[in-house]
Design a protein around this ligand. Structure first.
Ligand code: BG6
Length: 493
């Protein structure tokens, strides 16, 4: 069984801080149920929710279950069993009494078992209470006989300085190896697949360098706007919300050298090296955008969001080009693009290979390997094929590994499920290390400060567009060559 030395004797208490909030109900509890349902939680586990509001246990359980889907009677029974494992304690984040009550509730569970008493503290909390809560937990609710794991969610600061402050405040009470910084993209199936694709396929490994790869694009698109979250979003903007964490994490995995082993420190050592080889971005490296209302008037613009100041220049779209100054990647543009209120929902990694040298066939275009992270997970390789029939021209076709066809009977776990399982197992490979965070902020901080100081104006784009009008020429200007007359439909034969 996962995460415990002696499954018959040890106990595990998972404490969800911010248990009455959106993240907990939407992600944490459903993920814990997913693990429970599939037999991936330790046998003696109890889940204690903690938040400021007073909520009756029955009501709390009702709220937890209202966000969990069950597909049949057996799952309904399992959900009832799961709910019995969920309790709730209310208390403050900045006073010891609440945490002492929490500790007493955990001890009540633990005293039934003779083995070690492990605790996982999952902080689904706003940044304002982050520091007092982590301190209060360490002082009042820390297990003295078993492992303690503190799971933290972004934002990890707003720039290098605030991130360092936060790191120092955490480090005053917690060891780095007890801290699990979540970037939920690292729990996505296709992001986890990247290392296997690269390091377990000889032909891909052999072509994975500047001699064979022309450019890399990592794209995140969301068809929704800020939808009332504008007040929060405006403080951060799309670069901090998506690019500095989710997309940069993907970039490091695409670019890193093969780690010595799969051990967390070996993997993260390689990722840090990539980040340290990237120079800080300047305004010349980016294209910024902000969405306006849709033409038909149905969708509001960013500035119409009640929480957003009318003169806000916060970008809701950003594209940036990165160069990695090392032997493998020198000169290869890594183009990262992300935006809200765009034409579709899609995250993908697109590796475009070099032109065929000394080409002799009409119609040949660059190969591309596309890893479709979501939705409709897939890996497809665009390759030049003889046009079937009497022509001997090349035509672009693809080898298509669409999960809906190849793995139709497998349910892909939610990213949070996969990451919470890692926490229970004590595997930190898919979590962000402190020096990794530092190196990431170093790349973005000068740019972010300049944008804010000089109020750099983003280019407007209409709600539902592909991005700002200059996007295509910007991307092409950085080396990407669009394949002519080609389109791919996920899983379609
Ligand atoms: C979050 C961002 O980290 O990721 C959100 O704060 C964004 O703005 C979300 O919508 C996207 O995650 P996913 O898993 O839905 O792609």
């Amino acid at each position: 069984m996962v995460g415990v030395a002696d499954p018959n004797k040890d106990s595990t208490v998972v404490i969800v801080l911010g248990a009455s909030g959106d993240l907990a109900f939407k992600k944490t509890y459903p993920a814990l149920f997913g693990l429970f349902k599939n037999g991936f939680v330790p046998p003696h586990v109890q889940i204690i929710g903690y938040a400021r509001s007073h909520i009756e246990l029955d009501d709390f359980r009702k709220r937890v279950s209202s966000r969990i889907k069950t597909n049949n009677d057996e799952e309904k029974k399992l959900l009832d069993e799961f709910l019995k494992k969920c309790t709730y304690v209310s208390g403050q984040y900045d006073k010891p009494e609440g945490f002492q009550k929490l500790n007493a509730a955990a001890e009540e569970v633990e005293k039934k078992y003779q083995g070690q008493k492990h605790r996982v503290f999952y902080m689904a909390l706003p940044p304002s209470v982050f520091i007092p809560a982590s301190e209060g937990l360490r002082q009042n609710a820390y297990s003295k006989n078993g492992s303690n794991r503190l799971v933290v969610e972004k934002p990890f600061g707003k720039d290098l300085e605030s991130s360092k402050e936060l790191a120092a405040a955490l480090a005053a009470h917690w060891q780095e190896d007890e801290i699990y910084r979540i970037d939920h993209y690292l729990g996505k199936e296709m992001v986890k697949n990247l290392m296997i694709l690269r390091f377990a396929n000889v032909f891909l490994g052999a072509a994975w360098d500047r001699f064979h790869i022309h450019n890399v694009q990592i794209t995140f698109k969301e068809p929704i706007g800020t939808e009332g979250r504008g007040g929060y979003f405006d403080e951060f903007g799309i670069i901090r919300d998506i690019m500095q964490n989710h997309l940069l994490q993907i970039l490091t995995i695409v670019a890193m050298e093969k780690p010595v082993t799969l051990d967390a420190e070996d993997v993260r050592n390689e990722k840090v090296k990539v980040l340290r080889a990237i120079a800080p971005l300047t305004v010349d490296d980016v294209l910024l955008g902000q969405y306006t209302g849709s033409k038909d008037g149905k969708e509001p613009g960013y500035l119409d969001d009640p929480g957003v100041p009318k003169d806000s220049v916060t970008p809701t779209f950003a594209a940036a080009v990165f160069y990695i100054n090392n032997e493998r990647w020198d000169g290869v543009p890594f183009i990262l693009k992300c935006g809200k209120a765009l034409n579709e929902h899609k995250t993908e990694v697109r590796i475009q290979f070099q032109d065929v040298a000394g080409n002799i066939y009409p119609g040949v275009e660059r190969n591309e390997l596309v890893i479709r992270v979501q939705p409709k997970e897939a890996v497809y390789l665009k390759l030049n094929n003889k046009q079937p029939g009497l022509s001997s021209n090349a035509v672009m076709s693809e080898l298509d590994l669409s999960y809906s066809k190849r793995y139709s009977d497998v349910k892909i776990p939610d990213a949070y499920e996969s990451l919470i399982l890692d926490v229970l197992k004590g595997d930190k490979a898919n979590f962000v290390r402190d020096d990794e965070l530092d190196a990431a902020w170093k790349i973005f901080t000068p740019l972010l400060h300049k944008i804010e100081r000089e109020k750099v104006k983003p280019e407007p784009y209409e709600f539902g567009a592909r991005g700002p009008a200059s996007l295509n020429s910007w991307v092409e200007g950085h080396g990407y060559a669009r394949t002519k007359g080609y389109s791919w439909t996920p899983g379609k034969l």
